[in-house]
Design a protein around this ligand. Structure first.
Ligand SMILES: Nc1ncnc2c1ncn2[C@@H]1O[C@H](COP(=O)(O)OP(=O)(O)O)[C@@H](O)[C@H]1O
Ligand SMILES: [Mg+2]
Length: 342
């Protein structure tokens, strides 16, 4: 990000992460920089395979054993003002475990990733609570009921003792939100929190998240491939393509004045945004190339409608400021820089 404000609670700088596979390395995150301001909500949007989840997992040191952070810094400003570099913490060490859930918690796309099928909802929420707070079993149970009621689970007192499979998809997602809130986190990372849900349930869950963000004064990092969700939920947007932020700006910059050809294509491809942009639905040309063999130069050049030839194929664009809070990495908007060679 070109601007750097002072009120960030989470700041990622030049993050790189790879997965080591038999054939070599999958370059999932290739220099991501972003900030989550305290008490505000930002969104990361991009097609599937762009490295959104890998970025989120890197922040919480949850990458699988084949995944590795190879560069960059992830800073978290703790309650007392101390700035902690999360990348410097041991993956399974005490420090990061206390931050996970306690300070920064995460909602996963698929509820069954974090809800165990063999334990009751009560047991699971209580475990999350007692990991970070010195409550008795009874107090934790009451807190679990309170949390379930807060995320609008009907008859929470009774349903708390049910198993996740007895819940509907929407209820499971809400139970997961309750679990993520169990320890009053300051930052919530929500990775495609509504993708698995039908449209009506999705709307309810988004409304709930909006309310909770407000009530808890949470800083929210919302990850989605759906620009419609972004428009409803966040004030600042990062557009991600093949492990890089290609454009960032306020929700108005991104929707009313998109600069990157990728952002423009993304907007055009969302039917429900027609009202906002008035354009017909068109799919983005081709599909996301493999992160195993990244394109040279601007990684979007293989699909770009505005491809300028060698300048895009051979050079890597760097973020250029195009508005007060708006920046874009694209040669349509910036000259080739000496240092920009791929
Ligand atoms: N465990 C893994 N091993 C190897 N490659 C992976 C693994 N997880 C993700 N990837 C690859 O990393 C890239 C980024 O994936 P991901 O972060 O899941 O994207 P997104 O969340 O934006 O859909 C993709 O090319 C994906 O195939
Ligand atoms: Mg993902």
């Amino acid at each position: 990000m070109v601007d750097s404000s002072d009120n960030w609670i989470l700041r990622v700088s030049n993050l790189e992460a790879k997965f080591l596979v038999d054939e070599g390395a999958v370059h999932a995150v290739n220099g991501v920089s972003l900030e989550v301001p305290a008490g505000e909500s930002i969104g990361i949007v991009g097609e599937s395979g762009c490295g959104k989840t890998a970025t989120a997992y890197s922040i919480l040191q949850l990458l699988p054993s084949t995944g590795k952070i190879t560069n960059g810094k992830i800073e978290y400003r703790a309650k007392d003002g101390t700035v902690l570099d999360l990348t410097a913490m041991k993956t399974e060490g005490r420090q990061i475990r206390s931050i996970r859930g306690g300070d920064i918690s995460m909602i996963f796309q698929e509820p069954m990733t974090s809800l165990s099928p063999v334990h009751t909802v009560c047991n699971q929420i209580c475990e999350a609570i007692r990991l970070h707070q010195p409550l008795t079993e009874k107090q934790a149970r009451n807190r679990a009921i309170e949390l379930l009621a807060m995320v609008a689970i009907p008859d929470a007192k009774r349903r708390v003792d049910e198993y996740p499979f007895q819940f509907s998809g929407g209820m499971r997602q809400r139970a997961m939100i309750a679990m993520a809130l169990a320890c009053n986190p300051r930052v919530l990372i929500a990775d495609e929190p509504t993708t698995a849900l039908d449209v009506t349930t999705q709307a309810q869950v988004l409304k709930l998240m909006n309310r909770i963000q407000d009530e808890f004064d949470l800083s929210l990092m919302l990850i989605t491939h759906d620009l419609g969700v972004i428009a409803q939920m966040v004030s600042f947007v990062y557009v991600m393509y093949l492990g890089k932020i290609v454009e960032s700006g306020t929700v108005y910059d991104i929707f009313d004045n998109p600069k990157h050809p990728y952002t423009r294509d993304l907007i055009k491809s969302v039917p429900k945004l027609r009202g906002l942009r008035g354009e017909r639905v068109a799919a983005i040309k081709g599909s996301v190339p493999s992160a195993y063999r990244l394109p040279t130069g601007c990684s979007f050049h293989t699909r770009c409608r505005d491809y300028l030839g060698d300048v895009c194929r051979l050079n890597t664009p760097i973020p250029e400021k195009v508005g007060e809070h708006h920046s874009v990495s694209c040669f349509l908007h910036s000259p080739v820089k000496e240092t920009g060679n791929a």
